[in-house]
Design a protein around this ligand. Structure first.
Ligand code: SF4
Length: 287
């Protein structure tokens, strides 16, 4: 049941992403009164509560039917899209991090909005803001937590020893660094290379999320525990979800270790290689 629910949610997210691509920013669905049928006999009970002896084909058919029902409800013709004409109808934002005003977002606009940012206390310690860098049409995106000393000086994400290792990881899956897009949750270096606080991350992550929606990569690799937790808004430890695809707004997310951690513990390179093979295979399935 849990797996089934995950599948339904995943399908729903994919369709919401599709609607967003169509330009839908908010929507509401007419609420339908539903009555719970009284179950009178064991035969009816089978209908309303299917037996666990269903074959896998029947289960799949049932899942498909339920997913089709959800998709049907989300078809544009079934939706009220646009301005509200009744105070009783409350819009449901598809993406709580994106406002309708940002519908025509692009990388230049995001950069301009960041400006000489003082939105969180990290601005006090930076040499410069370290913006994301890479191919605006990238299929693969890497996200770390925040710049370190080298990045702060050079103004580029993932340079220095950890950055060189990241380049090797990218090349190991037959891509070039120029083909991917690389960024951080926070763009200013935290003092002493500490982790950004949840408050600092919450303010800055909006920018990387806007970049994700502009680029629409096929897959995102989060580097290290902090990036994974702040992007996915979870407290689950990296050791529990590393190597398992997660979902962010219909985009696959692969949590893996940070290259700086691999420099400290090279024995973990094997794990990262296994994770990256999954990413490579997933990307290939889209070619
Ligand atoms: S870390 Fe982000 S939000 Fe904080 S000052 Fe730098 S750019 Fe602004």
């Amino acid at each position: 049941m849990k797996e089934e629910l995950k599948e339904l949610i995943s399908g729903l997210r994919a369709n919401l992403s599709y609607l967003r691509d169509l330009g839908v920013r908010d929507l509401w669905i007419e609420k339908q009164e539903q009555t719970v049928p009284e179950i009178k006999s064991s035969e009816e009970a089978k209908v309303f509560k299917p037996s666990i002896s269903l074959s896998s084909q029947e289960k799949q058919a049932e899942r498909n039917e339920r997913l089709a029902n959800i998709i049907e409800k989300l078809r544009p013709s079934k939706l009220n899209i646009g301005n509200l004409d009744s105070s009783e109808k409350k819009p449901v934002l598809l993406f709580d991090t994106i406002t309708p005003a940002e519908n025509q977002d692009n990388l230049e606009k995001i950069r301009a909005d960041i400006g000489d940012c003082h939105r969180c206390p990290l601005y006090k310690h930076r040499t410069q803001i370290v913006h994301s860098k890479g191919n605006p049409n990238a299929k693969l995106m890497f996200i770390g937590e925040a710049p370190g000393a080298d990045e702060d000086i050079r103004g580029e994400p993932f340079v220095g020893r950890a950055g060189q290792l990241l380049t090797k990881i990218i090349e190991a899956i037959e891509l070039k660094r120029e083909e991917v897009f690389i960024g951080n949750i926070n763009r200013c270096r935290p003092p002493g290379n500490r982790q950004p606080t949840p408050e600092e991350a919450k303010v800055c992550r909006e920018f990387i999320i806007r970049e994700i929606f502009v680029i629409r990569p096929v897959c995102i690799v989060t580097l290290g525990s902090t990036a994974c937790q702040y992007l996915l808004n979870t407290k689950v430890s990296i050791t529990k979800i590393r190597g398992q695809f997660q979902d962010f707004q219909g985009i696959k997310v692969m949590p893996t270790f940070h290259p700086a951690y691999l420099l400290r513990d090279p024995s973990k390179k094997r794990d990262v290689w296994e994770d990256m093979k999954k990413v490579r295979d997933y990307l290939k399935s889209f070619q």
